[in-house]
Design a binder for this molecule. Sequence first.
Ligand code: FHN
Length: 487
Amino acid sequence: MKSLVPLSFGLLLVIAPCRAGDNTAEVTLSPTPVPITESSEQRDARMSWWRDARFGMFVHWGLYSGLAGTWNSKPVATKGGMEWIQKMVKADTDTYAREALPKFQPKPGFASEWMKLAKEAGCKYVVFTTKHHEGFALHDSKDGDFNAGAKLNRDLVREIVEAARAEGLRIGFYHSLIDWHDANYDFTKAKGLPYPVGGNHESIPRNHSKYIDHLHAQVGELMTKYGPIDVVWWDFSSKGFEGDEAWHASELIRKVREMQPGIVMNNRLYSASTVKNAENEHREFNTAHGDFITPEQRIPSTGMPGVDWESCMTLNTTWGYSDHDHAWKSEQTLIRNLVDIASKGGNYLLNIGPKGDGSIPPETVTLMKGIGSWMKINSEAIYGTTAGPFESLPWGRCTRKGNTLYLSVFEWPKDGKLTVPLKNRVLSCSLLADPSNQLTTNSGPLGLEISLPSVAPDPTAAVIRITIDGVPDVMEPMSTPKAPENP
Ligand code: FHN
């Protein structure tokens, strides 16, 4: 019997085009609730672009970007998330806005610079902050006045969405559930969630359900004014404050899935699972809470078999731009992260933090273009692949597409012989960097032995494509023979 997964219960959709040919059709809800069920086949179809994409660009951009990690002309820190600067300096929202707004001056065309860089890096989708914890919304919102429409007379979300479409990129909305501006966001209830306590407005009684109305209203605007949205990325909940109690989550999920039936949603309307060891988080994952798990600043050592997951990481140590954080990762680390994550069946969401005018720091441009150069030759080993069949490989990683394996060699063998613990017969074997040249292979006691040129075509990750006969038949790691019992 085909399994019909109850996605949620919803209302009938009515789409009213606002302008001919413009794919930002207005979407409105009609009052008749209809059960939304999704078969696993339908879910696989909805998730397939995301699973094939493997690589996305995260963008943290907001008022904090203009402050650039500085407050009262002093660096706040050289490490850590400068998007949290309001909390770090314990500023109330009025003081914060007074300082930050004048420094947030988006230049014309900033968004296409982002999208061109994402494309050049090989990213297939871009997820950007429509609102971060500071509470400033980048769209022209009719709900409240702390947004780009009211403060800058611009709809920055429209500019960014249109720039993404122009580059053929999928677009996703990061949206903070936490709000350090809204006077009704009840931080006294939000146990385990950050708040810039210390400001002068703690005494004001707060009606959190009014904040939830604001949250739902702005999400409604975002999900109806900009056409099809591919990803929604909520952030974040704690064990003490999550789900229906904190955000009326199941109602929000129902509404969003109605307004955007194809959308792919992360899991952060609920706190990360209760299992002690985050490595086992996937064992408890409930897809009614979202479509994919979001390990942050880490790569699960053995992946997360059976669930969709995406590792989000920074290029240095901050998500939001900082003038003072120069701890940039190396191009090699970033490329090997991408390969490592894909070899374990996950997606890589790599963050950039543009400046207050939207321009991208030069170090970021260099690193993203560096990944792009590698992807120009090797993207076949990333897009549309699944996890490799090997638990671990001493010299690198492996991704798979059916009976084709992509061996990404990090440590090029000094003797020019690469051993792959595989029993299958090889049908073809060549370097992606030199596809016309077949490499010699032999099968030996330890498995397949590939003869390689003396110099690696790429010291970071040189990819070998092998097509084998049948499904991978992996050799059990040789157990080290026990030393004979001493008589
Ligand atoms: O607090 C945020 C943080 O600023 C950043 O947005 C990351 C990105 O995943 N999420 C939260 C911390 O988990």
